[in-house]
Ligand binder design. Structure first.
Ligand code: ADP
Length: 393
């Protein structure tokens, strides 16, 4: 089968999917990942129907870093009968100020993307590693980079900057915004599931381990709660979200913390995990009887409400509010509590539809349409990759 491989490489996991080209369509055939790299490595993959294709555990030394995880995955992919890779699409967190669309990768482009490593030091090097490796294995398989920042590049300049000296903006210190592949997918999906709101003013809440919101005006991003890095905006699994920069200065200057310690605190020790002391996982918090877990949820809901209001202001009003990602798609209780805080915008929840996991969860008389739309960043990457590598043959 002619296929497109989608790769999403992080520091401790490598996620991949294989989409077969059937006629002009993309059909998901494999969904897999290597996780626990260097700790408890495990390669798992299932087919489109969820049947397990592989589930291998390894000694830490066998898959000790991302390149060994990629090599093991490539070996396993070779065992798939008849698989013919037409192209590889990669999730790349940062496209810097210049990339507003996905791009076909060559050595020159790779060099330009490497320049953005300083903008996303925790993610960009991992995203680029599999591109280099795949180039070394087979120069002839085209590769496409799809950026988390690209969908937000059309923000008005006054929304794209911080109130810092202009020279810093020119150096690249801007409000890039992230989760762009998810928002782009949702914007496309809205045309199908709710065409009447797709052309209007929509806030999309991507509530997963990472969480942000995006203001869509007629399907285009005009504002995001995330900024220069993926730390800003909503509280997340282990990131604090919006934070007075004075806190960072205080931690360094008064508490004597090293920058690396602050980085660890902000990326791994804060958010729901830091506040609750229980877990970074919303399921655990919802199931917990610890008052600290309930408190962390109260904070999360409060901040969701505040940021929704901010984005409604950016849009000059609101026609629809969309929930997506792990929490947004699955946690009816969190949706209920967020919607309660959107009543002033005209939101009226249909509790039965919400509990049932319907795609429209607002009452018919709600001024604001409330929707649950599952996201699919990998399919978005596969579509871009197909489009940039010549479309169906
Ligand atoms: P990421 O892709 O960023 O790792 P996801 O979009 O998978 O994140 O979201 C992970 C979050 O979704 C976790 O906090 C998890 O607890 C939450 N989640 C997943 N399923 C449910 C559920 N049924 N109820 C509540 N939260 C859920």
């Amino acid at each position: 089968m002619d296929a497109i491989l989608v790769v999403n490489a992080g520091s401790s996991s490598l996620k991949f999917q294989v989409f077969a080209l059937v006629g002009g369509d993309l059909e998901r055939r494999v969904r897999g990942q290597v996780d626990g790299i260097g700790v408890r490595p495990r390669l798992r993959a299932a087919d489109g129907a969820g049947t397990v294709l592989v589930d291998n555990s390894y000694k830490p030394a066998e898959i000790h870093d991302l390149p060994t995880a990629i090599a093991e995955t490539a070996d396993w992919l070779r065992t798939l009968e008849g698989l013919k890779l037409r192209a590889i699409g990669h999730r790349v967190v940062h496209g810097g100020p210049e990339f507003s669309h996905p791009v076909l990768i060559d050595e020159a482009i790779l060099g330009r993307l490497a320049r953005y490593q300083s903008l996303a030091p925790l993610h960009q090097p991992n995203n680029l590693a599999p591109i280099r490796l795949a180039m070394a294995i087979d120069q002839d398989v085209p590769q496409v980079a799809c950026f988390d920042t690209a969908f937000h590049r059309g923000h008005p300049a006054y929304a794209d900057c911080y109130a810092l000296p202009r020279a810093l903006y020119d150096e690249g210190i801007r409000r890039y915004g992230f989760h762009g592949l998810s928002y782009e997918y949702i914007a496309d999906r809205l045309l199908e599931v709710s065409p009447e709101v797709a052309s209007g003013r929509v806030v999309v809440a991507h509530l997963g381990s990472g969480a942000s919101m995006c203001a869509l005006l007629a399907g285009r991003s005009i504002e995001s709660t995330m900024g220069f890095t993926a730390l800003d905006g909503l509280p997340m699994g282990s990131r604090p979200g919006q934070l007075d920069p004075g806190v960072v200065l205080h931690l360094i200057e008064e508490r004597g913390m090293a920058p690396a310690e602050v980085t660890h605190l902000l990326y791994n020790g804060s958010g729901l995990k830091g506040l609750s002391g229980v877990s970074n996982d919303m399921r655990d918090l919802l199931a917990s009887e610890d008052p600290a877990a309930a408190f962390a949820i109260d904070h999360f809901v409060h901040r969701c409400a505040l940021h929704a209001g901010q984005l409604a202001a950016a849009l000059g009003g609101l026609d629809a509010f969309v929930f997506t990602a792990g929490i947004g798609e699955n946690a009816a209780e969190i949706r209920t509590r967020v919607v309660e805080r959107l009543t002033w915008l005209g939101a009226q929840l249909d509790p039965a539809a919400n509990e049932a996991g319907a795609s429209r969860i607002s009452r018919p008389d709600s001024r604001l349409a409330l929707l649950v739309v599952p996201t699919d960043e990998e399919l978005m990457i596969a579509r871009h990759t197909l489009a940039l590598t010549g479309g169906p043959r």
